[in-house]
Design a binder for this molecule. Structure first.
Ligand code: MSP
Length: 522
């Protein structure tokens, strides 16, 4: 079985996760389910990035020890992933001994081989980003990443010799043009960071102690990004007694990250791996951000929206549908209450829900709920729909394979619309009136068959809806529910659809629900 290893970033436990932080994990889970459906042995890693000055401060402000704070946050994170039915294989925490031990060892090793050396650092430090900047990197005297205040600081530090590897990384980029996705972000990295020449990176701190201590010089703690990035291999047992997962799954097939952390993943991480003599990940995909009407989500603006209340009111499938659809491949997405309700009412309730209800209603009315087998004679309209549907399957697969999930969803809804249009074109009620039984049978077959395909196409992100559709159509468990079975079009036999179709998505009263969602924002 081919293997597929994918990762989410490990999240800072600095506050409750909002829909933006939940996005990558939702995406990762949908990709995992898709890959599994395509026959891959998939390993999905997520976790938490628990060290660093900021976490130490957040804990202090809450009157807790950092460990107490991160323990509680890890529980909350796991609760959320459970609610969202995220099927992760491991949840790594950087405070776990299995991780810390290996980070110590990696640091030692890099020191021994001369990649890490002791020097002094002076620069502008952004505390929330835990990053130093040079004077020229600042934007209007503020942090170029987050726009907040920076402080001039000087400290004895260990440095990683990035310059030594810069050319190798440039070559790697040139030989692997799809290493960083989307291309626009690759060009940004390449032109703004790699080409002008890399600075050596400061990889230890002495100004706080909530971190992995440098074994040979314990007044230093390891820089949080060197600590964090290595999670992708420590979780697989790198340098530990049992490294079978490492043997099996490394290199990662894809690291999924947000656009703000692509520099760390696209430049420092590959160089750390080169220094450790390990293969580089195959691809890194940086998605955009979920924005609000008035910009970024922030507590001070009171525009933060969390997954839990949305899921509770509208269901998990609608939530996943919305955020995955809304974020295009290379741009930011926007969350608005209006947009959410519209997508729910139009795409889910009208387009998909009604298609199912109409179909089941007609099969019951015209044929007592039965679909016998593939029709003997098909019309040109039937054939057209079949061809259209075949094309959609291929493009959905292509989009999934290249991480264009929003487009994969849009393509699937093109099939939903096309199938709805097919009802208008074939006018089954006229066929019934005119007693064109054979033609009518064919139309019913084509409707049920395309709904079966639609149910399978949405299964990576709308698990429940997918099953409800297949159940209501009474598609037998097993081979007609697999991804591969979409390759067949003529195998439905002796199907008896449900007599009582259940509404998939009940229509929402727009004004009321917009207010409801506005009240969820904090
Ligand atoms: N701890 C680091 C990652 C280390 S990975 C080795 C970190 N953590 S974070 O909690 O600040 O952010 C985690 C992820 O959430 C990032 O990929 C970031 O882009 C993503 N998002 C945070 N807000 C977001 C949105 N509003 N929209 C989409 N993703 C967003 O960075």
């Amino acid at each position: 079985m081919p293997k597929f290893y994918l990762t989410t970033p490990i999240y800072y436990p600095s506050g409750k996760f909002h829909i933006g932080t939940a996005y990558t994990t939702t995406l990762a889970d949908a990709i995992k389910k898709y890959k599994q459906a395509r026959g891959y042995d998939v390993y999905l890693l997520t976790g938490m990035d628990e060290h660093g000055q900021k976490i130490q401060q957040v804990a202090e402000n809450a009157g807790k020890t950092p460990q107490e704070h991160v323990d509680q946050m890890a529980e909350e994170a796991k609760k959320l992933w459970k609610l969202m039915e995220i099927d992760y294989d491991d949840f790594i925490r950087t405070t776990e001994p299995r991780h810390e031990k290996v980070v110590e060892e990696i640091f030692d090793r890099l020191m021994e081989q001369g990649d890490i050396y002791l020097s002094e650092y002076e620069g502008w430090y952004c505390m929330p980003c835990e990053t130093y900047f040079t004077e020229t990197q600042l934007v209007d005297g503020k942090c170029p990443e987050c726009g907040r205040e920076v402080k001039k600081m000087k400290e004895e530090s260990y440095f990683f010799n990035m310059k030594k590897y810069a050319n190798r990384l440039i070559d790697f980029y040139n030989q692997n043009p799809n290493f960083i996705l989307p291309e626009s972000r690759k060009n940004e990295l390449f032109n703004n960071f790699l080409k002008p020449g890399l600075e050596d990176l400061c990889v230890s701190r002495t100004s706080f102690d909530w971190g992995v201590k440098v074994r040979k010089d314990p007044k230093h703690v390891v820089y949080v990004w060197l600590d964090a990035l290595t999670n992708y291999i420590t979780a697989l047992g790198y340098l530990s007694e049992d490294d079978s997962l490492m043997q099996k799954y490394w290199p990662a097939d894809i690291h999924l990250v947000g656009k703000d952390i692509i520099r760390f993943h696209g430049i420092y991480w590959p160089i750390f791996l080169m220094a450790l003599n390990l293969p580089l990940p195959k691809q890194i995909y940086a998605h955009g951000w979920i924005m609000m009407k008035d910009g970024k989500m922030s507590k001070s603006k009171g525009n933060v929206i969390y997954p839990e209340p949305l899921i509770e009111r509208y269901g998990l499938d609608a939530f996943k549908y919305f955020i995955l659809k809304e974020m295009s491949y290379s741009q930011d997405g926007t969350f608005t209450p209006e947009g959410f309700i519209e997508r729910y009412n139009f795409d889910l309730c009208n387009d998909l829900g009604n298609l199912l209800n109409r179909t089941i209603g007609m099969v019951n009315k015209y044929f007592g709920g039965e679909i016998k087998s593939y029709p003997q004679n098909v019309s040109s309209l039937d054939k057209e729909l079949e061809n259209f549907s075949n094309g959609i399957i291929h493009s959905v697969e292509d989009y999934f394979d290249t991480y264009h999930i929003s487009q994969a969803i849009a393509e699937t809804w093109n099939l939903v619309s096309r199938t709805n249009k097919y009802i208008d074109e074939t006018m089954p009620w006229v066929l019934f009136k005119e007693e064109k039984t054979e033609e009518l049978q064919s139309v019913m077959y084509h409707l049920v068959e395309n709904l079966r395909r639609i149910a399978i196409l949405i299964s990576p992100y709308m698990v429940h809806t997918s099953q409800k559709i297949l159940d209501q159509l009474s598609i037998p468990q097993g081979s007609l529910r697999t991804w591969d079975s979409m390759g067949k079009y003529d195998e439905l036999k002796d199907i008896k659809v449900t007599e009582k179709p259940e509404v998939l998505f009940a229509r929402l009263e727009q004004e009321t629900e917009i207010e409801v969602i506005k009240n969820m924002m904090k």
